[in-house]
Design a protein around this ligand. Sequence first.
Ligand code: HEC
Ligand code: HEC
Ligand code: HEC
Ligand code: HEC
Length: 392
Amino acid sequence: MMNRMSKPLGRSLALCAVLAMPLLLTGCEIGGKDATQWGPRGAAMEGVVNPRLMSAPGVPPESAYPLESRDGPRARDTYQNLQVLGDISADEFNLLMLNITAWVAPPEQGCNYCHNPENMASDEIYQKVVARKMLQMTRTINTQWEGHVKATGVTCYTCHRGKGIPAYYWTNAPARPNGILGNNMGQNMPSPTVAYASLPHAPFETLLVGNNPIRVGSKGIHPTPANTTSIQATEATYGLMMHMSSSLGVNCTFCHNTQNFGKWSREQRVGAWYGIRMVRQINDGYITPLKGVFPAHRLGPTGDPFKVNCQTCHQGVNKPLGGVPMLADSPSLRDPNVAVAGAGTSVLAAAVSTPGAVRAVAVAMPTETADRIADAAGAAADQARESVAATR
Ligand code: HEC
Ligand code: HEC
Ligand code: HEC
Ligand code: HEC
């Protein structure tokens, strides 16, 4: 009575189960993978990607209207409380306000996410104070870290993607008490930060702030007094490497000659080196100092603000948003004073820099959503284009 199954049936079921095991263990991802040969031929240094698991690069929203010129009265002559953007033209300032609203603010809040509509100059809403620091941070990224972000550049959208809080960030993990279970040093806790490897789950706390070295390779085959790197530091380094690989959607060979991890033969590794320094400056120079500005419920479990790692911008793609140039209509996020290429004298430029009209709309209706204002601006630009076409 205990075993009703016929023996052959039981055996084939068991066989099926055994055969199915590898499928389960590989997450059932059958089907072809794409491989690119990166190293010298025959060295098996390949980049392997699963096209079905690749992240879509995403598409940044279009600028509310094109920026035609950077001439005209300066923003500081029009507005009262500008600490960062005073130097740019009032028109460019207005366009930037429209665009940052689309990049960062929830649509139902629009300008009011950062502003008290009764008094646009007031700093009473903490988001405005944060945004000011973010403006400085974004300019620093685009000017001082061109070695990393190249001509592509970043805007608020690169991290925010239309949301007030970026989807990917990290905070310090609360220390685990040294109880009867012992301190596992963050080991064996499956975490997406290190691509679910059994590596310390919080490598960022030591490696994406401050300036600890990330060099753990031994220079010789024997232990020497020069080899002082601890196993913990080595594990944290590998944890970070797993994070960097999964954030960019690549494997180790994208940056390394895997026959010698210490070599600098691939330019991607150099770019990544700058990336690590850039992220440290973002965190230490801009985000951590905002600690006192955020309300308590917006801080991590140990009271630190949400910080940036590679995933914050890259989101699974080797060039964020597929490498679309981000700064075409927001040159002031790189250099406050460089003229827009090709702009200046055209009738079109003159027509569009009437968005004194746009400014009037924006200031007279601060409670309107960005969309309404953007529509007005877009219509003004369209009209200008039509009138230019008519005169040619
Ligand atoms: C993500 C936050 C944010 C959003 C959303 C935002 N602003 Fe601003 N706004 C700022 C910051 C920051 C400043 C101050 C910049 C500086 O100090 O240089 C500012 C300043 C201003 C000023 C100047 C006020 C003065 O007299 O000093 C105006 C006008 C303004 N914004 C209009 C708008 C309009 C209109 C919208 C919606 C289309 C908008 N802003 C959306 C952050 C924001
Ligand atoms: C490198 C990535 C990055 C870029 C670029 C960036 N931000 Fe942020 N921003 C963050 C992170 C991370 C936080 C979350 C900080 C926290 O919550 O402690 C944040 C928070 C904010 C907040 C606070 C949101 C809230 O409701 O608490 C505002 C407002 C903001 N950013 C505006 C901007 C603006 C405007 C720009 C462009 C000028 C910008 N950010 C560019 C990463 C970025
Ligand atoms: C996006 C580029 C990139 C990827 C992908 C990457 N690394 Fe690295 N790796 C670096 C950089 C840059 C450094 C040096 C960091 C520094 O010095 O600040 C480094 C350092 C190392 C070191 C220390 C080398 C030394 O000189 O001591 C090891 C080991 C290492 N990586 C292993 C890996 C492994 C294993 C993988 C795949 C899981 C990987 N890396 C993926 C860029 C990368
Ligand atoms: C502030 C946003 C931002 C952050 C944070 C960031 N990157 Fe980047 N990264 C970019 C941009 C933009 C590019 C595209 C540059 C270009 O067009 O070549 C890029 C390109 C790269 C490339 C070259 C890719 C290629 O196909 O040649 C590597 C490698 C890279 N990043 C590694 C990293 C690593 C590792 C980190 C984390 C330590 C990181 N990045 C963090 C914005 C960022």
